[in-house]
Design a protein around this ligand. Structure first.
Ligand code: COA
Length: 151
């Protein structure tokens, strides 16, 4: 599964819109902290990492419907984790109401909202997603923790 950094911005927004995921704050974003799988100009899936003083917020993980179940989501997430580790982050957080089973399978643990660091809890995307059904999850990624090999 080919993974690349900074996928085509227009395609990123289109994938998010198709999947009903928030595009809060993304229009001005350079997508430097985003990864895509498949073709750079036409990624089949994407993920972004927001860096916040030692912690990271995973956002926008989505794989196009026709490309699901082929390892794209897993490769993207592993890449995001390695990237977070390379940036010296301690933990990655995600707020999800659609994919908690996937994140649990990938080693993320559910965490009470009050235990989420303020710097993450105050992110616009976090606030936007914070519905009654949303679950906050965390994975520790700091150096010393095992993370599978960069694809
Ligand atoms: C969640 C999502 C990114 C998974 O992408 P994917 O490319 O289909 O996932 P993969 O093929 O890499 O799956 C990796 C493993 O996770 C499992 N898995 C995938 N989706 C799962 C789910 N919803 N619950 C539990 N396990 C799941 C797969 O069976 C696979 O297991 P295996 O290693 O035993 O084969 C994709 O379903 C998606 O885009 N969903 C809609 C958007 C969304 O909800 N994003 C999360 C926003 S926070």
């Amino acid at each position: 599964m080919h993974i690349h950094q900074q996928p085509n911005a227009e395609k990123v927004l289109s994938l998010l819109n198709q999947s009903g995921l928030p595009v809060t704050g993304l229009q001005e974003n350079s997508f430097e902290d985003f990864f895509g799988c498949g073709e750079k100009n036409n990624p089949a899936g994407i993920v972004g990492v927001e860096l916040h003083e030692g912690f990271g917020l995973l956002r926008s993980l989505v794989v196009a419907k026709e490309s699901r179940g082929k390892g794209c989501g897993k490769s993207l997430l592993e890449t995001a984790e390695r990237y977070a580790q390379s940036k010296g982050l301690k933990s990655l957080y995600v707020l999800t109401d659609t994919a908690s089973g996937f994140f649990a399978r990938m080693g993320y643990l559910e965490v009470a909202l009050v235990k989420v660091p303020d710097i993450i809890r105050n992110c616009p995307e976090f606030i936007h997603l914070c519905s009654d059904n949303a679950v906050a999850m965390r994975k520790d990624v700091q150096v010393g923790h095992f993370i599978s090999i960069y694809p």
